[in-house]
Every structure is written in structure tokens, then in C-alpha cells.
Design a protein around this ligand. Structure first.
Ligand code: DGY
Length: 319
């Protein structure tokens, strides 16, 4: 009953795993190297993995005894779910427990971008603040502005709740109507072109898949207001990052608040780092102590269910 946990995670979760299996943990403060993962999965029946681990055919070929792949994240674009299914391995994830924390991060990014918080802080720390100035660091109002939410799922819904509190007009796109959001927050489901044109802020809450890869590119930015700001706490590749850089640099749009990137960690020579009108944080959407603990515990529970041949609490692969 050996299992592999690919990062050091909150103790409460490790205790659950250790009670139910012989546990091996990759404890280094960096993702488990691919080669090491391939070696160590060989004798394991369970794998508790992170979004930084690529789980594909090669891993499943090596891990012939795997009974479950349990991801400590809601997003699972790093996992080839079809391959897992072919190998008869169910895949679990951790939805629900991180919803509000991620929406908090998205709203924090929206506010920080709109009101130029990071630029202002750097200005002050650099000793450039000489006097109160009526024209200093003017930003955009958030209250009463229009927000466009891409994807009215759990996190999009919580974003709408926050926006409603700021008396914002809420537009959204989604595969199906969200009646609760429409009733509770007066959200209006519109087509993408309407949302792009009318929104002062756009916040992305859609998973990454072949349909959403580069959903935002030069064509979409060109339809947005020149003052509009884009917030992304979903997955970096939903946005064409090169096109975003150009749009920000050339004033096609006003700003961006980004938690996720096409390449993570963001390389230090990435041109986005040269722009003042973008707030950049290192994929911390769900990074509160309580939420990361809840995610780890849920991932541990999924793992234990899987190794015991029971239904997972949250399964993304077909039953
Ligand atoms: C997720 O869960 O998918 C986030 O990106 C990490 O919290």
C-alpha cells in the first residue's frame, strides 16, 4: 500500500495519508523532477500530485499499480485524464474548498490594478513622494463600473458576489445561464463580443482546455475599451501572453492583474515585468493557510478513497 505525495503539504493531510498507506513524500521546495517521478511511481498504488506535475501516459506506464491520481487543485490541465481513464485510474481534484479564497484574490487583483496599488507602493518606497498632488497616480473607479466575468462557475459566481457588493453591473459568458447569479446579483448573460465591448474589467474564471486556450488574444483586446483591465486567476494559457504584452504596451487596453502565466514561474526576462500597468503575483489564488489545508485534506481523502477502491469525493474522470 505505497503512495507518493509529490510535495510537502499541510501536516493534517499527510496524517490522513500516513494512517492509510505507506507514504513517500517529495519534500524538496521545488517540483519533483520528471525522472524522479517516473522512478518513484513504479511501486505505488496512489499518487497525490500538484499542478506542476505532468501526469501522462509515461507516468501511467511506469505506475502500473496506480489505483488513483489525486490532484491538490481544482484545475487539472496538467493531467491527461483520457490516458488515466484508459489505464483504469480515476482522477480526483479539489473543487469547492478554494472558491472564495480564489475569488478574493481575483478581486484583490482587480482593485490593485484599477487603483495602481503596486505602482503607488513602489513610488513611495523609492522616496519619490514629495507632496500631496491632486494629479498623482490617478486610477479607475471600481464601484459602479461594469465587470465581465468569463465563466459563471463556482469561482465566477463568488466574483459576481464581490462585484455586486461594489454595486457593479455584472455581465457574464458561460455555456449555460446561471439563474442564481442572475437572481442574486442581477448578472446578465451576454455574448463575448458584447462583454468585451461593454466591460471596464474582465475577470477570467474558465478552465484551460482546447476551447479556451488563447481565448484572449489581439482580436479580443482590440474589442475592449482602451481603459479596460483584465484579471486572470484561472490559467495563464487562456490568454495569449505576447498579445497581452503588446496590448498593454500600446494602450489597446488599460491594465492587467495576473496570478497565472503561460510559463510558470514567470521568467525574469519576461517583457511583462517592464510594464507599470500590470500587477503580477505568483499563482497564489488559493494561497491562504486555511484553504491550502482544506485542499490538501480533500486531496488526501480522494487518495485514500481511491486506494481503497471507493468512489472519490470529487472525481473528474468518468465513473
Ligand atoms: C487550482 O486549484 O487549480 C489553482 O490554480 C491552485 O489553487
Amino acid at each position: 500500500m505505497k503512495v507518493l505525495v509529490t510535495r510537502d503539504i499541510p501536516e493534517q493531510a499527510l496524517e490522513i495519508v500516513a494512517k492509510n498507506a505507506e507514504m513517500e513524500v517529495w519534500r524538496e521546495a521545488r517540483p519533483i523532477p520528471r525522472e524522479t517521478l517516473l522512478e518513484r511511481v513504479v511501486d505505488k498504488i496512489g499518487l497525490l500530485c500538484m499542478l506542476t506535475d505532468r501526469i501522462d501516459d509515461a507516468v501511467l506506464e511506469q505506475g502500473k499499480n496506480l489505483r488513483v491520481v489525486s490532484q491538490m487543485a481544482v484545475g487539472y490541465d496538467n493531467i491527461d485524464v483520457a490516458a488515466c481513464t484508459r489505464h483504469g485510474v480515476p482522477v480526483g481534484n479539489t473543487p469547492g474548498v478554494l472558491t472564495e479564497t480564489t475569488a478574493d484574490t481575483a478581486f484583490a487583483l482587480l482593485l490593485a490594478t484599477a487603483r495602481r496599488m503596486c505602482e503607488s507602493e513602489q513610488f513611495l518606497r523609492a522616496g519619490e513622494w514629495k507632496m500631496w498632488d491632486p494629479m498623482l497616480l490617478l486610477g479607475q473607479d471600481v464601484h459602479h463600473a461594469t465587470i465581465g466575468i468569463i465563466g459563471m462557475g463556482r469561482i465566477g459566481y463568488e466574483m459576481a458576489r464581490r462585484a455586486y457588493g461594489f454595486q457593479m453591473r455584472i455581465l457574464y459568458t458561460g455555456r449555460r445561464p446561471n439563474e442564481e447569479a442572475e437572481q442574486h446579483f442581477e448578472a446578465e448573460r451576454v455574448d463575448m463580443a458584447t462583454l468585451l465591448k461593454a466591460s471596464d474589467f474582465i475577470s477570467i474564471h474558465t478552465p484551460l482546455n482546447p476551447q479556451t486556450r488563447h481565448l484572449f488574444g489581439a482580436e479580443q483586446f482590440a474589442q475592449m475599451k482602451p481603459t479596460a483591465m483584465l484579471v486572470n486567476t484561472a490559467r495563464g494559457a487562456v490568454v495569449d501572453q505576447k498579445a497581452l504584452y503588446t496590448a498593454l504596451k500600446e494602450g489597446v487596453i488599460g491594465g492587467a492583474g495576473l496570478d497565472v502565466f503561460e510559463q510558470e514561474p514567470l521568467p525574469m526576462d519576461d517583457p511583462l515585468l517592464t510594464l507599470p500597468n500590470v500587477v503580477l503575483v505568483p499563482h497564489i489564488g488559493s494561497a491562504s493557510i486555511a484553504t491550502r489545508t482544506r485542499m490538501a485534506v480533500l486531496a488526501a481523502e480522494n487518495l485514500v478513497a481511491g486506494i481503497q477502491g471507493k468512489p472519490l469525493l470529487h472525481q473528474v474522470s468518468p465513473a
